[in-house]
Ligand binder design. Sequence first.
Ligand code: SAM
Length: 292
Amino acid sequence: MLKLTSPSTIKYIMDKYGFRFSKSLGQNFLIDEQIIDRICDGAEIGPDDDILEIGPGIGVMTQEMAERARKVVAIEIDRALIPVLKETLAEYDNVEVIHADVMNVDLKALIAEKFEGRRPKVVANLPYYITTPIIMMLLEESIPVSDIIVMIQKEVAERISAKPSTKAYGALSVATQYYSEPNIIAKVPRTVFMPQPNVDSVVIRMTIRMEPPVSLENPTLFFKVIKAAFGQRRKTLHNALNAGGFGQSKDQTAEFLRACDIDPSRRGETLTIEEFATLANHIYNHNQNQKN
Ligand code: SAM
């Protein structure tokens, strides 16, 4: 069997299939077996697990996951890699490769069909150019997966797992923590990829919450408040929310905040997810009362 972590195998595949790395598709392939084991260990892949892989590349993680899991479905956008995957995954009868752009796939229908209603784990070394859109699509569209275990750019992982009052805390932190419990499980140097990217990576595990951590009157309004609060980080929450159209006057915006025991001079980045929820629910109830 070809050893896919070996640079000489990758060169052999490139020659045989005329494959060239595409920078625009974020193609940085793993060439380190230990990292692959750490991702699979971190994902706790066992014989009862179903796996949805995004971007299998030449199949280096796919092979290891096929050894450990019940079934792996891998979605790869690059047509040039499809015949390669046919060869590298030939000996596994529990792997299916789908040639598609993950952003254009009806994932709910695909999961229902391929995994017969079971919730797979998403395990992937994600292409950097589209990391956040893929994660947000999985979360916001409530794609029925149990966990998302992905290798992503270090800075994005820090933002996802950031706590209030830190530099990395922002709209992405609150949104992802509303839907999931994130944990960074491994730091990965850039040297384990071919070609080497110019950023470091981490493996993050996001366990999807079955129940949201806060109860919301209106999730759309909650996310609008967050967007406004972080939209202008230098402003106080009072000014940022007022500029975002929350409150008919500055006095009213301040009133909303005080009613929720939030000092109007605080900055958005200091609010916890619970405080954002209290504030959004208060504004929603106020607006409803005005209507009646
Ligand atoms: N899993 C392989 C590995 O670890 O060596 C490859 C990882 S590489 C960082 C990202 C992979 O995602 C590439 O194979 C790339 O072609 C694929 N990809 C990029 N954009 C995609 C998309 N929108 N949908 C599906 N696959 C995509």
